[in-house]
Design a protein around this ligand. Structure first.
Ligand code: MV4
Length: 448
């Protein structure tokens, strides 16, 4: 096991990794930008090193500065958290060259699944259903028009290097397709320096279901069941839960088994997530693999009792998984609300600033993952998430009730938050019935 690791991230996930290290008896070094100087969670690390100015490009995204901090602090491994450098194969490569273990998947597997077209090929090879679409990349407009004719509209143009919705265009006719193809290619070229695109049939109003995987270096792969993450706005998730509501047991089992096959095919290890779309008839289609610990990982920790961050660290250190698939239990229902410093009444405008009042919920069945304390200043430079409020109860109905109670206990002043929106969601009849899809938020709240 490592004696000392560095967390190359900030905020709640930096704190989450610090806690996992404490639980494992490992020393932990934090890094911070000038915007995060003096943040209380930094005191919980053994050491904290300033890595540069507030803009992420000069601090949390600056590979040279992070590696320098790691060398100076004499750590054996780096945990990247989520976002920032977590899915950057070049960073994983640099870590390896510097003899520092990257706590994440191997560079080759990360690069492979980072290309959505390659991931799609991999899924086909593993016998995992993908959305009907092009065989590979689209070479020219005529090929796209011919394919769309065959599949029938609507179709979706996707950038191979994309993900999280970037470089995507829906086309409902030939004209849309011609225009969308050009703009998707241009967007992908400027955003990822890779303009390649492919085509899929557009699945209308899908649910987003993802499967949590843990895999070690010794070929052991287990799934930790699924999460429903359909409630999102502009590809930013708002609420996640496990188990996925209204998903028949045999479908769940198929999705989980498919995910394990896919991860094996990719020669992937560490924690990862396989994302699927589920249509109205409960047919599922693989869309992408996330090669990192995700924001919503605590939902899975609550239903399985497995500490995913500790497992990541143990896997990176070469340990074998201490449990087999049959040992992975699934108990009750867990839900998570992402609390962002945003004003839902003003088109989710960011609301940074000093938190003058921060009165947090607690009690039975409640978990709050946050780095915020009263008087904390939310910087304007980064992601606006300030807390993840989670509940865990034997049944979904009880989890809904506990979340309503916890949201009511949560009093924040000085900044605007998404708490009022979450209160509305948890009183919405369709959500209460688990009748959700990825268009739910836009259909019910936007333009109001
Ligand atoms: C799709 C789709 C419908 N049909 N693919 C969005 C981001 C990326 N993860 C894939 N995405 C989608 N791919 C086909 N063939 C709809 C989405 C999509 C979506 C997926 C998951 C969660 C939220 C979403 C919101 C809008 C669109």
């Amino acid at each position: 096991m490592f004696q000392r690791i560095l967390v190359a991230n900030r905020g709640e996930i930096a704190l989450r990794v610090i806690r996992a290290c404490r639980d494992l008896g490992i020393e932990v070094v934090a890094v911070y930008s000038e915007a995060d100087r003096g943040a209380p969670y930094l005191d919980l690390a053994d050491e904290a090193i300033c890595i540069g100015p507030a803009p992420a490009a000069q601090s949390y995204l600056n590979i040279a500065r992070i590696i320098s901090a790691a060398e100076i602090a004499n750590v054996q491994a780096i945990h990247p958290g989520y976002g920032f450098l977590s899915e950057n194969p070049h960073f994983a490569d640099v870590c390896r060259d510097c003899k520092i273990e990257f706590i994440g998947p191997p560079q080759q597997a990360m690069a492979l699944v980072g290309n959505k077209n390659e991931a799609r090929k991999l899924a086909k090879k593993a016998g995992v259903p993908v959305v009907p679409g092009s065989e590979g990349l689209i070479q020219d407009e005529n090929e796209a028009l011919r394919l769309a004719e065959e599949m029938g509209y609507p179709v979706l143009i996707k950038a191979a290097a994309g993900g999280g919705g970037r470089g995507m265009r829906v086309a409902r006719n030939d004209i849309n397709l011609r225009v969308g193809l050009k703009s998707a290619q241009q967007e992908a070229e400027s955003a990822f320096k890779d303009g390649s695109v492919y085509l899929e049939k557009y699945v209308e109003q899908p649910r987003h279901v993802e499967v949590q995987i843990l895999a070690d270096r010794h070929g052991n792969v287990v799934h930790l069941w699924e999460r429903d993450c359909s409630l999102q706005r502009r590809h930013q998730k708002l609420v996640e839960e496990s188990p996925a509501p209204n998903l028949p047991g045999p479908v769940r089992d198929d999705i989980c088994a498919a995910s394990v096959r896919l991860i094996r095919e990719a020669k992937y290890f560490n924690a990862g997530t396989c994302e699927f779309l589920v249509d109205k008839d409960n047919r599922f289609y693989f869309i992408e693999i996330n090669a990192r610990i995700q924001v919503e990982h605590p939902v899975t920790e609550l239903v399985t009792g497995i500490d995913l961050v500790q497992e990541q660290i143990k896997i990176a250190a070469g340990e074998k998984l201490a449990f087999a698939q049959d040992d992975v239990r699934r108990a009750g229902c867990a839900m998570e609300c992402r609390i962002n410093a945003e004003d839902p009444a003003a088109d989710f405008r960011p609301s940074p600033g000093v938190v003058t009042k921060w009165q947090t919920p607690g009690g039975p069945g409640v978990r709050l993952d946050t780095h915020v304390v009263p008087g904390y200043r939310v910087p304007a430079n980064y992601d606006s998430m300030v807390a993840k409020l989670l509940v865990h109860q034997p049944t979904r109905a009880q989890a809904l009730a506990t979340m309503r109670r916890a949201l009511n206990e949560f009093i924040v002043e000085g900044i605007k938050t998404t708490i009022p929106l979450h209160k509305e969601i948890f009183n919405h009849s369709a959500f209460i019935d688990g009748r959700v899809d990825t268009t739910f938020i836009e259909r019910n709240w936007m333009g109001k």
